[in-house]
Design a protein around this ligand. Sequence first.
Ligand code: HMG
Ligand code: MG
Length: 282
Amino acid sequence: KFSNYVKVVEVGPRDGLQNEKKILPSSIKIELINKLSQTGLKTIEATSFVSPKWIPQMQDNATVFKSIDKKTGINYPVLVPNLKGLQSALEVSVKEIAIFGAASESFSHRNINCSIEESIKRFKEVILEAQKNNIKTRGYISCIAGCPYEGNIKASAVAKVADAMLQLGCYEISLGDTIGVGNFEEFALHCHDTYGQALANTYASLEYGVRIFDASVAGLGGCPYAAGASGNLATEDLLYLLSEQGFNTDVNLNELIKIGEWISGELGRTNMSKVGLATIAK
Ligand code: HMG
Ligand code: MG
């Protein structure tokens, strides 16, 4: 029997903000993470230590990470693409990282400027160094169902990268995008809602036994190297579905709704959470 508890990984401060044109001041990012820390969420992806030339919005990574109030019991993972990123993350005492690869060669080149094979070598160095520092690593795989440059991606390509990441020591693999996946407890689903299918895929994968979902408050975001990709599944919509279906998350939906409204206002954009909009309209 699968568990009734669902782990929600809030990726708004990273995935949600990385593609926003308006560069938010660090103080707002810090406030966002501090607010999210009051909602019951146990994992909040805080920022990424990537090249500022590639992702300008994340260039204040060290400032943000140093300044947030780190609550006991909450993990604040960060994205790290290489040893340079890991070094910067270590300097501000990051406790958990995520490496990110792809099941598609073209996407790998566009996103991290190397082939899948080269990326696995890089991840190996990063994970070994992380382990020496007692840091846990999550693995992301993008394009698990399809790639914006190559179209369909074979399940075997996804399995190959997932296998390599697990062997390198990743404790959890987050599958980026669509389709219902396997029922292993190390797998998380990371849906962007580009075609409005994120909740449907979430529902399907719940039935397959997936119990970890990535989501972004107010549905913020989109990947800069996947043109047309909209934000992640909104955390508010995920929580609503889970509570309607009788799952437990320990996260306070009403608080999330307030934070979603606030951060959308700060960014000057529409709140992408249906549940958020419906609740605020009442
Ligand atoms: P590169 O240009 O091949 O790297 O980029 P390089 O080693 O040749 O270095 C070039 C310059 O970048 C150098 O500076 C380095 O110092 C600097 P210069 O000498 O020219 O002044 N540099 C760095 N600076 C800061 N931090 C670093 C770093 N590394 C190099 N860590 C690299 C390769 C991987 C760095 C680059 O391609 C990159 O940063 N990519 C990140 C792209 C990204 O963040 N994408 C979004 C996240 S993934 C995502 O959203 C998908 C996901 O959500 C799942 C899903 O939805 O599918 C996870
Ligand atoms: Mg993403």
